[in-house]
Write a protein that binds this ligand. Structure first.
Ligand SMILES: [Zn+2]
Length: 177
């Protein structure tokens, strides 16, 4: 059991996951809980999706200069999304550019997982650290944030043990997030 993804969670949460994994039923359980894939498949669609949420929850936050899916981010590593601030001098003023990169694993995922990671990266527009204020903001954007992060980590366990992607791109039949 690749517990690294679930480190820090209590046994009453991780043991049922380990059992399902042993029985080869973890993928099935995840698909049952999250039956739908979202339809945000391109960088253009991701840009619109992120800007809509930003408009709803963080209207006064800085404008990201770049919003993309990034296939180079470790899909099963620590960094699922990244947020970088690049300070540049522009017209005599110091300007900070914000770039949001979302790991490619979220391109073929349920809408809940996408919303969770986008909430995380949007929260970084205001809060740099993973502190209390940061997670409060995550929960304001997505009230189920913590459960979704756990379930995403469960999915990473599934992938890390050789499980197949559970929400592959289908042509045209899926609904937008
Ligand atoms: Zn973060």
């Amino acid at each position: 059991m690749p517990t690294a993804y679930l480190a820090g969670y209590p046994p009453n949460l991780t043991e049922p996951v380990a059992r399902l994994l042993e029985q080869g039923r973890l993928g099935e359980a995840l698909r049952k809980k999250y039956p739908e894939a979202h339809a945000v498949r391109t960088d253009r669609a991701l840009y619109d999706y992120v800007q809509d949420l930003r408009g709803e929850f963080l209207r006064n936050a800085p404008q990201p200069s770049k919003i993309v899916f990034d296939g180079k981010l470790q899909s099963v590593g620590r960094a699922l999304g990244t947020h970088t601030r690049v300070a540049r001098v522009q017209g005599g003023k110091l300007k900070t550019k914000h770039e949001i990169r979302i790991a490619a694993v979220f391109r073929e995922a349920p809408p809940e997982f996408l919303r969770m990671i986008v909430a995380h990266e949007l929260a970084h527009l205001k809060e740099a650290e993973h502190d209390k204020a940061f997670y409060q903001l995550c929960r304001r954007i997505e009230p189920d944030y913590h459960q979704l992060e756990f379930d995403l980590r469960v999915y990473l366990c599934h992938l890390a043990t050789g499980g197949e992607g559970l929400w592959p791109a289908m042509s045209g039949l899926r609904h937008p997030a």
